[in-house]
Design a protein around this ligand. Structure first.
Ligand SMILES: Cc1ncc(COP(=O)(O)O)c(C=O)c1O
Length: 441
């Protein structure tokens, strides 16, 4: 063994990793997301980053919160700083039921499991349901963190198309029939019905029952991921899938976008039969979610006008969405198309044929604007003509400037394309989910 795998000096290159032959097979699917690779470059102050999805916390009342955290420790310190149950703090689980009631969900606090962000919920449900080779259906495009979890458990993602009204029921049905015919085992549909990340679209209300019916008919569980549901710009709240199908929907919720992402408090509302296993899985992952953070959220919900705070967030994001849409209208070259979100953080842009957004990214960063290229949101290499633009974090002025810069980069790509017939140096095309994608930054 030593001859074949000599210990190499420390190096950043993964091929020289002396532990390479020790890793579990499942790590083959673990590659740095393109977005994470970009973070370091995109966070330089001269770059307008339309790449990340960081919530804009400026509207939070920090003085009030700081007093509340102090009170939590002064009054409940010995509980707050102690281990808790894997299930989560009971009072918080009750309050979570009140939050979900806004979306028409009637749930018992026993069926809520508090998690370290909804990302942990995603990890838990994939761990519970997916064996290597099982199929997970997801919208195309889909949330990059979910794709990461699915890859880590060696599940195979099959994407189903969306349009302006979200996931297409006919395409879902067709995919399920095809997969059944091929003898594939589909474990669940993973869907983000509201203010999609990265698609920026919302599942039409009239499609919801149809999608639930299709999944039930084909024996497929539904994972409903809904971190943005309360961030509709007109205060609109769509009925959760979970509200009408409690036995076949696992609902993932989060306080990351409606309160504070750094507290890492989210939850899973599981069908009663699943909840027990979920608690056991959560226990083996973390023993318990942080008690202090749960008590902070609980106190915040009990003593603060949290609905008023969400309204402030909505106004903030609406203003930024408006800046983004008018800048896109004003600057983007003909042939570009984009979605028009009525909530959430993201716009999904399709650029003209021949432009490769992944290959273009270094040139955009040189022009001091960053975005997330589309391929990171697909498990199958699709998305080279797409990009996600986030409007959640920068000021409206920076958003306008960022889109202006992006438009100039696009114009010059398209000029080259017209002159030489090609601009791309990187070859894009389908790649297997297992093959590591090179970092783009
Ligand atoms: C669709 C979706 N699901 C889950 C998450 C994870 O959120 P959390 O901070 O609750 O882990 C995100 C975060 O961006 C998201 O966009």
């Amino acid at each position: 063994m030593t001859e074949q795998h000599p210990v190499k000096p420390r190096s950043g290159h993964h091929n020289l990793d002396p532990h390479l032959d020790r890793y579990a097979a499942r790590t083959a699917g673990m590659t740095a997301s393109e977005i994470r690779a970009l973070f370091a470059v995109a966070s330089r102050p001269e770059v307008v980053s339309l790449a990340g999805g960081m919530p804009n916390l400026a509207a939070l009342p920090l003085d009030t919160l700081s007093a509340q955290v102090g009170q939590t420790i002064a009054e409940d310190g010995l509980v707050a700083l102690q281990y808790g149950s894997a299930h989560g703090v009971p009072a918080l689980r009750e309050q979570i039921c009140e939050v979900m009631a806004l979306e028409g969900i009637s749930a018992h606090p026993d069926d809520v499991v508090v998690t370290v962000g909804s990302q942990m919920g995603l990890d838990m449900v994939t761990r519970l349901f997916c064996d290597p080779g099982d199929v997970v259906i997801a919208e195309g495009p889909s949330y990059v963190g979910a794709l990461g979890s699915f890859a880590a458990y060696q599940a195979q993602v099959v994407h189903v198309a969306m349009d302006d009204e979200g996931l297409q029921p006919a395409a879902l049905k067709e995919a399920l029939v095809r997969l059944e015919k091929d003898g594939r085992r589909v474990k669940f549909l993973y869907t983000i019905p509201n203010f999609h990340n990265p698609g920026g679209v919302t599942l039409a209300v009239r499609r919801r029952a149809e999608i639930l019916e299709i999944c039930r008919t084909h024996g497929v569980l539904v994972i409903e991921d809904n971190p943005y549901g309360l961030l509709g710009f007109d205060g609109q709240i769509y009925p959760a899938l979970r509200s009408t199908d409690p036995d076949n929907v696992v609902y993932l919720g989060s306080f990351s976008k409606t309160f504070a992402s750094g507290l890492r408090v989210g939850w899973v509302l599981a069908p009663h039969a699943v909840r027990e296993k979920l608690v056991l899985a959560a226990e083996s992952a973390t023993l318990c979610p942080p008690t202090l953070n749960q008590l902070i959220v609980s106190r915040y919900l009990a003593t603060h006008d949290w609905k008023g705070q969400i309204k402030k967030f909505q106004e903030n994001y609406r203003e930024r969405r408006d800046a983004m849409l008018s800048a896109l209208e004003q600057y983007l070259p003909a042939g570009c198309e984009w979605t028009r979100p009525d909530g959430g953080f993201y716009v999904w842009v399709t650029v003209p044929e021949g432009v490769d957004t992944k290959a273009m990214l270094p040139r955009a960063v040189t022009a001091r604007v960053a975005y997330a290229s589309g391929t990171g949101f697909y498990a199958d290499g699709f998305g080279s003509r797409q990009m996600r633009l986030s409007y959640c974090y920068p000021t409206p002025e920076r958003i306008t400037e960022g889109v202006r810069r992006l438009a100039a980069v696009l114009e010059s790509e398209m000029d080259l394309l017209r002159t030489f017939g090609t601009v791309t140096r990187a070859v894009s095309g389908p790649q297997s989910p297992q093959s590591p994608s090179p970092d783009t930054a």
